[in-house]
Design a protein around this ligand. Structure first.
Ligand SMILES: Nc1ncnc2c1ncn2[C@@H]1O[C@H](COP(=O)(O)OP(=O)(O)OP(=O)(O)O)[C@@H](O)[C@H]1O
Length: 470
């Protein structure tokens, strides 16, 4: 027995007081806590008033019989297990009782050993459920809405929206800059949805080599490409019944986009190199830090897929637009990292709080979290003060009193040339000029432009193709 019998409350119901007492004694001997009812109506009162984990009831009784006790237990004690005690003649009714939710039945004559064995099994089932409930509530704390820290009205609106969305099966597109909490929100949607007992699988499309994206999503069969030396299950299959979180969906190659669209329309996937369709039932939550509308316009993201993904959208504002969240987030991460790094208490000085509040947070919550962790780890005097600030923050102008952001100083002739042009033309101009500036160093150019190197390569390929087609 892996559990403590004294944590189980049992109700023993039998018309014959002597039988009831005998059962109670043999169960109490091994540690269960028992209450006896010697009539159906008495059992009904106790079930409605108190809580029991296991009910053991005789089948044949006057007034309220075993089937009625079972019905009442199902209604008032949904987490309890019910064991029916039957005479030989009532076995068929006991079978019917099991169909109505009884745990099992015990045929008379009862021996203490058989009684204890069946109660132990029922207690095991209750214990397993208790553990699951506890686990789920821990997960809820970790990934539920409780894990999203905020005090701004902007985030309150987001949370209200999330609560409504989570309960449905709708496809969700989460937008927001890097580090604004898109993954946290995706987790919270899943954990608060009816699919919470099934897996959530996260795939970062931007982090996977282009030629492997499809295999990651749909799986592959052995020999379908070089290196595919065994069959492999993809994210869609892993997430079956649950949620698939597609991060950086804007980075998905066009060839994969069409395949994803088909999967969403047909709820079927085909592993790479296979021709057998497999049914999947997956809720899709995707996220992007790039303006997909612009990408649709520029032809780098399929519009039909875009509309499929954005059935419901959640926009996460950058941290600089919700400064009320800065202090609660600082305190949340301070406590978290003090615990994680086993440090004694430490607090922020008022000057540091002021700096944090005024800073523009280009890396959003992730940046704030990293700064707090660094300060906590390096602290020696239990005061997280100005001299503990990371250099970015200590030296940042915007951590000092706010100024209106500077406008780009465009050469008038350049702006005249560009105004009135399509955004894609302006984008190409900016990319080419930046490459000139960096002596064709693409990594450096991508960094300056604030885009991923892969995106830059894709753009350059596109320009080359456009020129060849022209
Ligand atoms: N409101 C919040 N409350 C608590 N923690 C948060 C919150 N928002 C973000 N975080 C934390 O900040 C970090 C970044 O969040 P997350 O990974 O969800 O951002 P993201 O928008 O998905 O970033 P990216 O676009 O770079 O993938 C994580 O460690 C996350 O736990």
């Amino acid at each position: 027995m892996d559990f403590d019998p004294s944590s189980f409350r049992l109700l023993v119901v039998d018309n014959e007081a002597a039988h009831a007492r005998a059962m109670m004694e043999s169960l109490e001997k091994v540690g269960y806590r028992c209450t006896v009812a010697t009539s159906g109506p008495e059992a009904a009162t106790l079930i409605a008033r108190d809580t029991y984990d296991i009910v053991i009831t005789d089948m044949v009784m006057n007034d309220v019989d075993g089937m009625k006790v079972l019905g009442l237990a199902r209604k008032h004690l949904p987490d309890a297990e019910v064991v029916m005690v039957t005479g030989h003649a009532t076995v068929p009714i006991a079978v019917e009782a099991m169909q109505k939710g009884a745990f099992n039945f015990l045929e008379k004559p009862i021996t203490p050993n058989r009684l204890r064995a069946i109660v132990e099994k029922a207690a095991g089932a209750v214990d397993l459920r208790r553990q699951n409930t506890e686990l789920m509530s821990r997960l809820d704390k970790q990934y539920g809405f409780e894990s999203i820290i905020y005090s701004s009205k902007e985030m309150q609106e987001v949370i209200d929206r999330l609560r409504r969305i989570a309960a449905t099966d709708a496809t969700v597109l989460i937008t927001g800059e890097n580090g604004t909490g898109k993954e946290v929100v995706a987790q919270a949607i899943h954990q608060n949805s009816p699919r919470r007992n099934k897996p959530i699988v996260a795939i970062n499309t931007g982090a996977i080599a282009e030629n492997l994206v499809e295999s990651e999503l749909f799986g592959h069969v052995r020999g379908s490409f070089t290196g595919a030396d065994a069959d492999r299950v993809g994210a869609f299959e892993y997430a079956n019944g649950g949620t698939l979180f597609l991060d950086e969906v804007g980075d998905m190659p066009l060839s994969t986009q069409i395949k994803l669209l088909r999967v969403l329309e047909e709820n079927k996937i085909t592993r790479v190199g296979d021709n057998k369709a497999i049914n999947v039932n997956v809720r899709l939550v995707s996220a992007t830090n790039r303006p997909l509308e612009d990408m649709v316009e520029a032809g780098t993201f399929r519009s039909d897929l875009y509309f499929r993904l954005k059935v419901v959208t959640v926009g996460l504002p950058p941290l600089r637009e919700r400064p009320e969240d800065v202090i609660p987030l600082m305190d949340h991460f301070r406590k978290m990292f003090l615990r994680r790094h086993d440090k004694p208490s430490a607090n922020f000085s008022p000057a540091v709080r002021k700096r944090f509040s005024a800073y523009q947070w280009p890396g959003n919550v992730r940046e704030l979290r990293n700064f707090v962790e660094m300060m906590v780890v390096l602290d020696t005097d239990s005061v997280l003060d100005i001299d503990d600030l990371p250099p970015e923050l200590a030296e940042a102008d915007d951590a000092l009193p706010q100024e209106v952001p500077e406008k780009l100083d465009f050469d008038a002739s350049i702006s005249n040339e560009l105004i009135g042009q399509k955004l894609s033309v302006i984008e190409r101009w900016a990319i080419e000029k930046t490459l000139e500036m960096t002596n064709d160093n693409r990594e450096e150019a991508a960094k300056i432009l604030g885009i991923g190197a892969r995106t830059l390569y894709r753009r350059l390929d596109q320009y080359k193709k456009d020129e060849e087609d022209a």
